[in-house]
Ligand binder design. Structure first.
Ligand code: SF4
Ligand code: SF4
Length: 112
């Protein structure tokens, strides 16, 4: 599968929100909403909100991703991703993603 690396290093190509959006798949939207409610302890995620084309792609963003501090920081600094930032290893913003998904660091390193 292609890789679409987000600002933080996650691979948007494997994200169910993007897959459901591209395929316009309401069943996958509903299943993703149920999964994310438990995963993120966020009982208010409706299936209709599961719409996102990817962090660095044109088009609609999932609510959280449209206000994401990491994405905002990367865009403000004019970088493509956190992988361009000399402060990444000490960064307190992106560390939460990298702690849970170490593969995101590898994805960023492989971009350079
Ligand atoms: S930006 Fe969109 S596609 Fe990427 S991880 Fe967030 S919700 Fe998924
Ligand atoms: S300061 Fe942190 S969030 Fe901002 S670009 Fe650098 S690594 Fe990314």
């Amino acid at each position: 599968m292609e890789k679409l690396i987000a600002c933080c290093g996650l691979n948007c190509a494997t994200c169910d929100a993007r897959i459901a959006t591209i395929a316009d798949d309401d069943k996958l939207r509903a299943a993703t909403a149920e999964k994310w409610k438990k995963m993120y302890n966020a009982p208010d995620i409706p299936a209709e909100l599961i719409n996102c084309t990817g962090c660095c792609e044109e088009g609609v963003k999932f609510l959280h991703c449209s206000t994401c501090e990491i994405r905002k920081c990367v865009n403000t600094k004019g970088y493509a991703t956190c992988g361009d930032c000399s402060e990444m290893e000490a960064c307190e913003i992106v560390v939460m993603v990298h702690k849970h998904v170490p593969e995101a660091i590898t994805n960023l390193k492989n971009l350079n």
